[in-house]
Design a protein around this ligand. Sequence first.
Ligand SMILES: Nc1ncnc2c1ncn2[C@@H]1O[C@H](COP(=O)(O)OP(=O)(O)O)[C@@H](O)[C@H]1O
Ligand SMILES: [Mg+2]
Length: 283
Amino acid sequence: MGARATKGKAVIISAMQGTKIAIGGKGGVGKTTVCAILAQLFAESGLDVLAIDADPNSNLTSAFGISSEQSPEPLIKMKELIAERTGTSKDSVGAYFRINPKVSDLPERYWLESNGLKLLVLGAITQGGAGCACPEGAFLKALLTHTILQRQELVIVDLAAGVEFMGRASVQGIDALVLVVEPGGRSIETSNNMAKMAKELGIGSVAAVANKITEPSQTYDIKSQLKNIVLLGSLPYSQAVQKSDMNRSAVFISDPDIIQHLRKVKDALTDLISTKENIKSDC
Ligand SMILES: Nc1ncnc2c1ncn2[C@@H]1O[C@H](COP(=O)(O)OP(=O)(O)O)[C@@H](O)[C@H]1O
Ligand SMILES: [Mg+2]
């Protein structure tokens, strides 16, 4: 590789360090799969990556091939830690609590280092919405705000719910929301709704990845029905990916073709984010 190309790569790497990416979409479309592979691809390109599982059914670690016995307990389930940080006793109901608990020391204490990156399992609240006025809600919001606004890593969040519960400041700290879309009206609808909400909240960019494609016309259909969402790429349906979930093995080593497609998605996402960054710094 020539000196100019190396320099170009270094510039892109430094532009991406500190970037915050959220992965969204309807249940079952492939968010966790895409999140795990993209996280590993970014780590392979030399970035310091923090992957966050913010899904109530935490399973990002399994996509990395980490067994459930070795997977850390989601932070949202650590009742004593939440009680200590929010100033509530373990079983108190309706008590006052700190809405801004200290959480900045927690990622280092609880992340798992694996596959060349850091993995933090937050989990999410299922009852009453993630933004509920309860100690767990305040704790989760504080952690997401901290990771999105203060961390230096490239942060990539596997998000089950939409971005609304995160609060405007942290939503605005997200550089790109990547929506995974499968060929289906409900998935497209969910993505258009999530994109609309994210844009209203002032998110950086909204992009999409078509997944589980079995014929080219499906990609065209998806592209034509997405409203003002950049399509970064399209991934074929892969039996090997499906099988890796069945075997609970690392999806990264399941199908080289899918990895190749996601490399292109990663490059397109890098271009999207760095172009936006350039526009911002030119203003
Ligand atoms: N391109 C693909 N081809 C075949 N199966 C896929 C593909 N992407 C994801 N899957 C499978 O679809 C299921 C749901 O994927 P997952 O990533 O867990 O979705 P989500 O996180 O959106 O719920 C899993 O069994 C996964 O292996
Ligand atoms: Mg998932």
